[in-house]
Design a protein around this ligand. Sequence first.
Ligand code: AMP
Length: 190
Amino acid sequence: MNIVIFGPPGAGKGTQSKFIEDKYNLYQLSTGDLLRNEIKNKTSLGNKITSIMNSGELVSDEIVSNLIEKFISNKDYKDKIIFDGYPRTISQAKNLDILLNKYDQKIDIVLKLSVSLETVKKRILARQSEEKRADDNEQVAIKRFKTYEEASKNVIDYYNQSNLLKVINGETSITEINTEISGIIDAIKG
Ligand code: AMP
């Protein structure tokens, strides 16, 4: 089973992906984490993307596509990926279909965590003191939320058309969201 988890920054994508990963023996593929690793390791790619990421803009489709293909092409991860933070645009959604098809795979579920800007701001400010992410401050949080809202409409429509989309209220507690997600996955696994 391959899952896409979708939602604005601070929606709980990382937390919920970790839960799904442990419960269903899948692998979380967070493009944000992969990109942050490049920056941490001071690779040439990392140096190129630092200022883009710190401003809350998206890095190029080509960069993220190359990063995710490494996972999709790896047999260890076949039909076991939770895509966290990808796709973020319609062109990325189409590219993901092409890549998965190339390696004889598909998306089984798209989970959308819905949360308000107010909640996002609160959560990001709380995370700022715990994780010290360079892009976790109120101004950049608002920018990332707006970037998400603009780009996500088309992506949501795209997955809605193929009946893959499940919308989840991301304002409730972590455990309540866990339960809702498990119900959806179990129903599809049969
Ligand atoms: P995230 O950890 O998912 O909130 O991502 C943090 C930052 O990484 C974003 O604000 C973007 O700058 C970059 N990023 C992560 N995933 C993508 C993607 N799929 N496409 C473009 N940029 C991305």
